[in-house]
Write a protein that binds this ligand. Structure first.
Ligand code: PEP
Length: 256
């Protein structure tokens, strides 16, 4: 049975310019002692325009904090105006990239097929995809959340080998909990995270399923992280709003 190191990843969304990014990373570095990172992995996911500044700070001060991006193109290069590719992010030292976030699915019409290509693009360039999935409120109200999430999982991982799946982080993010202050109960989070792990076991075996980290995301704060992460199949959190406040984010990390 693999031991999974918890991961707390801060999704800054479209917030903070590169000066503000430097200030936030400095505060996080000041508040989380080096020894902390042996226990929990911490990553920040700033907007593209901030990544170079974050890289400079992390490399210059040899910080143990990881960083990454919020999206990537399925293509390596070419006539795709406005897009940013895996090779570009890899060159900037990105460890992680979110793929399939509900805001990308909703505002950029990204479907499961696009998400699948992006997961593959990230892996191809040595970046760990944080593959987000989750149900809308009407799906949950109708009781179809587990089926919906496992279907998204299967579609997003289509065509990947067991070894590739081992290198993916899954983030269960119920759409109704993102940015709403309505956190899923720890039992609800555990139910879906356990079902996702069971599906991974069915597809790729127990060994892979027990190695893959499954995060919960949706209104996570210092006040609720303890109960969420205590669940057997919840291996950390994807944190939006609370990751923009250094005190709150580091408090949350310390409690993880
Ligand atoms: C997110 O953007 O992935 C997220 C979980 O946001 P929030 O924590 O603000 O709900």
């Amino acid at each position: 049975m693999a031991t999974r190191q918890p991961l707390i990843a801060g999704n800054w969304k479209m917030n903070l310019n590169h000066f503000e990014a430097i200030a936030l990373v400095q505060k996080i570095a000041f508040s989380l002692p080096e020894k902390y990172y042996a226990k929990v992995e911490v990553a920040v996911l700033p907007p593209f325009t901030d990544i170079r500044s974050v890289q400079t700070l992390v490399d210059g001060d040899k910080l143990l904090l990881k960083y990454g991006a919020q999206d990537l193109s399925p293509h390596d290069s070419g006539a795709y105006t406005g897009d940013v590719s895996g090779p570009m992010l890899a060159k900037l030292g990105c460890s992680y990239v979110t793929v399939g976030h509900s805001e990308r699915r909703e505002y950029h019409h990204e479907d499961d097929a696009v998400v699948n290509k992006k997961v593959k693009a990230a892996l191809k360039h040595g970046i760990t995809p944080i593959f987000c999935l989750g149900e809308r409120v009407e799906v949950r109200d109708a009781g179809g959340h587990v089926e919906h999430c496992t279907e998204q999982l299967v579609a997003g991982l289509k065509g990947l080998s067991a070894e590739q799946v081992r290198g993916v982080v899954i983030a269960y993010e119920p759409v109704w909990a993102i940015g709403t202050g309505k956190v899923a109960s720890s039992a609800d989070a555990q139910e879906v995270c356990a079902a996702l792990r069971a599906k991974l076991a069915e597809l790729h075996g127990e060994d892979v399923a027990s190695a893959v980290r499954v995060l919960y995301g949706g209104s996570v704060k210092s006040g609720n992280i303890g109960e969420l992460i205590a669940q057997k199949d919840v291996d950390g959190a994807l944190v939006g709003g609370a990751s923009l406040d250094a005190d709150e984010f580091t408090k949350l990390c310390a409690l993880a």
